[in-house]
Design a protein around this ligand. Structure first.
Ligand code: XIL
Length: 395
């Protein structure tokens, strides 16, 4: 064979190797030219999830201020959104008026993006961005909002088949080696798709979510942990750094980040992890979910934790803020006071550089749209009217 024919053959083999990331070893699967990441066309009649509550469209007139403008010099101010309720103009108008950052509530979690049918057909991990996801990304792009990506590696809302042989719900857990290939394939595809269709839209990503147990004893016994042991976190950050476009900040995100039940606390665990990852240049910040209650934790305990993470030299983002309370005048008042105390301190600390907060996101637009709606945890009530908590955050 001529030299040029050999070179062509070599190039083809290299191409096939690259196309096969995460490929299972079954003979039947041939590498295909189909790009793994696909985006579904907009369906003509999208069925809406029946559980989506419809907000009563009463006006939010009289709002002369906006949360994101108020804090423009300090940090981004965001909310999570679900595609299903963005179609209500009162909701989308309120989001655009008050927030300059959004997070998909569920639509970018692994169970929303991983495509079992295609993964089995192609014998490798396939990510599909459905209309349910892209309608939010398109809307954000059109309206100049920036986004937090949530979430790449998590024990929850990640399909069981992703961890199992043959991409089957009842397969055995795959080896560490195979799971590493799948993790890489997933992370690479998510970043590649977002960067090609939505360059510059995402400013931060939650790479790993909720890895630690609350008791400070160690890591949650998830499928990730069972397959990898504890270094699944480092591997996830290593791959995220490898594929994330430059400028996208990488976060470890968790709830109850401030609890101290013993001398081995969750806060300490997170600090140790961040110190280690930071030394390797793999992490940019800690996401404090902040699903709080008016009676726990104390505002001071919360603020101290913000300061501790900031002192590690990384950014802190409050990623899922909500504060449960009783639905009466006294409850609204408590909620407002509690938030006022937190905001007063974190803004002061952020300005005097004791804290390094780059984004605050509330977990939902209104109480009715909240995952903890029965406990009224947000800044706007069921009818999208501002609560005392809204005004206290604006003070
Ligand atoms: C919640 C969503 O709000 C719900 O709609 C869904 O049913 C469950 O997940 N920590 C997280 C978020 O990181 O993704 C969770 O969001 C809330 C807890």
């Amino acid at each position: 064979m001529k030299k040029t024919t050999w070179s062509l053959l070599l190039l083809c083999m290299l191409g096939l190797l690259l196309a096969g990331c995460g490929k299972e070893t079954t003979e039947a699967e041939k590498p295909t030219a189909t790009p793994a990441v696909t985006s579904e066309a907009e369906p003509t009649n999208t069925p809406e999830p029946t559980s989506t509550p419809e907000p009563t469209p009463t006006p939010t007139a009289g709002l002369t201020e906006s949360l994101y403008q108020h804090y423009a010099d300090d940090f981004r101010f965001g909310t999570c959104v679900a595609g299903a309720y963005l179609k209500y103009s009162k909701v989308s108008e309120l989001v655009l008026q008050q927030f300059n950052s959004i997070t998909c509530e569920n639509e970018m979690k692994p169970d929303a993006l991983l495509d079992q049918y295609q993964s089995r057909a192609q014998g490798k991990v396939v990510v599909t961005f459905s209309y349910n996801t892209t309608r939010i990304l398109d809307w954000a792009k059109q309206n100049n909002l920036k986004m937090r990506g949530h979430v790449l590696v998590w024990h929850s809302q990640t399909p069981e088949w992703f961890f199992r042989e043959g991409f089957r719900n009842d397969g055995a857990l795959v080896s560490r080696e195979e799971m590493l290939i799948r993790m890489e394939c997933y992370i690479q595809q998510v970043f590649a798709y977002c960067d090609s269709k939505y360059p510059g839209l995402f400013y931060a990503w939650d790479v790993v979510n909720e890895a630690f147990t609350d008791d400070g004893d160690g890591l949650r016994n998830s499928n990730w942990y069972k397959i990898f042991g504890e270094d699944f976190i480092t591997e996830a950050f290593r791959l995220a750094r490898k594929y994330a476009p430059s400028g996208v900040k990488l976060f470890y995100n968790d709830f109850n980040t401030y609890i101290n039940y013993s001398n081995k606390t969750k806060t300490d665990r997170i600090c140790n992890l961040v110190t280690k990852l930071k030394a390797e240049g793999l992490i940019d910040g800690v996401g404090m979910q902040s699903h709080l209650d008016v009676s726990f934790p104390s505002a001071d305990a919360f603020v101290n934790t913000v300061n501790r993470f900031s002192a590690l030299g990384v950014e802190v983002q409050i990623t899922e803020l909500d504060v449960t309370t009783k639905p009466n005048a006294a409850g609204w008042e408590k909620q407002a006071k509690y938030l006022e105390s937190i905001f007063k301190q974190i803004v002061k600390n952020d300005r005097n550089k004791t804290a390094n907060i780059t984004s605050v996101t509330v977990w939902g637009v209104s109480d009715k749209l909240s995952w903890r709606g029965s406990q009224h945890p947000l800044l706007f009530d069921d009818n999208l009217n501002p609560k005392p908590a809204y005004y206290s955050v604006l003070q």
